[in-house]
Design a protein around this ligand. Structure first.
Ligand code: CA
Length: 380
């Protein structure tokens, strides 16, 4: 079981030696060259955006054609012998903060004398606009960022490489069909706009973040890199993964469609240097993907093919379900063990892999594309 059977068929962009990047679909350990197999111009591109812009009817029609195209056995490449590229040109990128357990853990660490959740947290899906231009494909090295930080007990900042580099295990949602300026996307219209799902690692420099984030939120502590999987899992492959979220109290305002609290039963694994150190469950999130998109557009902000919005760190109720090293080591105070060593934040040379799996429509499981990244030393 590869998790890449006919019940999955995720899309990506690949190239072979000397060839131009083009759209492919993954089946088992092969990639089908969709540009060659169909002759369609929107698939002979180095990005999925043109396909995604066609909308849900075209997505369904193409998906229905795929088994037949695969059966012919032409235009197939071994996945290990192709280069995978960033699957779509990323437009605007928004990161939410939709896990109650993550937000509560961070609140307890950063504001120990106050309520862990701020008054707005259960009223709206809190988020911020990130940097679309630094979203990179799985396998891209991450250069340790430099910036300002303030040492414990000091009041003056120093400049240098981050000492508290971290990950955030998240899920990303890719907008295919956009929406016009001034329009709102109702929570009921989620599937008319969202093309699919990617794995996402929101690399985070906690020391830079802690000094800069008040009052306007995350900035340079996040914007140096965000990794996504090379494969975009179409929503249709996740039809059997929808599940009820734990519940919302107080009931959200009507535009957040209180009935639209369906989440996805996706299991996540966080691997550090070859050992799984956490298993965050996406089904425990507070806000649903449809509510996040409804909130993102409630002010009339438009969306475009390639816009990306992420869930925020996925953390469950249990200590080994936490999706960041900040939480796994409780602010660096309680080291955890990986590959026989005590660990807190990331060291140069560390490799992190995020893996995702979900129930498939045929009773098995699909494996979403992995998100892999290695930390390399800061540049002088
Ligand atoms: Ca995040």
């Amino acid at each position: 079981m590869t998790g890449f059977g006919l019940d999955h068929l995720p899309y990506g962009v690949f190239s072979t030696e000397g060839g131009e990047p083009r759209v492919g679909v993954r089946h088992e350990d092969t990639v089908l060259d969709l540009a060659a197999a169909t002759g369609r111009p929107e698939l002979a591109r180095d990005r999925l955006n043109d396909l995604m812009a066609l909308g849900p009817r075209a997505w369904a029609e193409l998906r229905a054609e795929l088994p037949g195209l695969l059966e012919r056995g032409d235009h197939l490449h071994e996945v290990d012998r192709v280069q995978l590229h960033l699957p779509f040109a990323v437009g605007d990128y928004v990161d939410f903060y939709a896990s109650e357990h993550h937000a509560s853990n961070v609140g307890r660490m950063f504001r120990p004398d106050q309520e862990p959740l701020l008054p707005n947290w259960k009223r709206l899906p809190v988020g911020y606009h990130g940097r679309g231009g630094t979203v990179v494909v799985s396998g891209t090295d991450v250069v340790r960022p430099c910036g300002q930080r303030v040492a414990p007990g000091s009041t003056d900042p120093v400049y240098g490489p981050s000492q508290r580099l971290d990950i955030e295990a998240e899920l990303g949602f890719v907008v295919g069909a956009g929406s016009a300026l001034g329009d709102r996307v109702a929570a009921d219209s989620f599937a008319d706009h969202v093309f699919g799902v990617v794995g996402l690692n929101d690399w985070s420099a906690r020391d830079i973040q802690a000094w800069e984030y008040v009052p306007l939120g995350p900035f340079l502590g996040k914007s140096f890199a965000t990794s996504i999987s090379a494969w975009v899992t179409p929503l249709a492959a996740l039809d059997a993964a929808w599940t009820d979220l734990p519940g919302q109290d107080p009931e959200p305002l009507p535009y957040l469609a209180p009935g639209r609290t369906r989440g996805l039963d996706i299991d996540v694994e966080v691997e550090l240097d070859g050992e799984v150190v956490a298993r965050p469950p996406y089904r425990t999130m507070y806000w649903s993907p449809a509510q996040m998109l409804a909130h993102l557009t409630v002010n009339g902000a438009s969306t475009r093919p390639g816009d990306l919005f992420a869930s925020g760190t996925i953390s469950g109720t249990e200590p080994d379900q936490r999706g960041s090293f900040l939480e796994l080591s409780w602010g660096g105070k309680e080291p955890f063990t990986a590959a026989g060593r005590e660990r807190t934040f990331l060291e140069d040379g560390d490799e992190v892999v995020l893996r995702y799996s979900a129930p498939s429509t045929t009773g098995g499981r699909v494996s979403l594309g992995e998100v892999r990244g290695r930390v390399v030393p800061a540049r002088d």
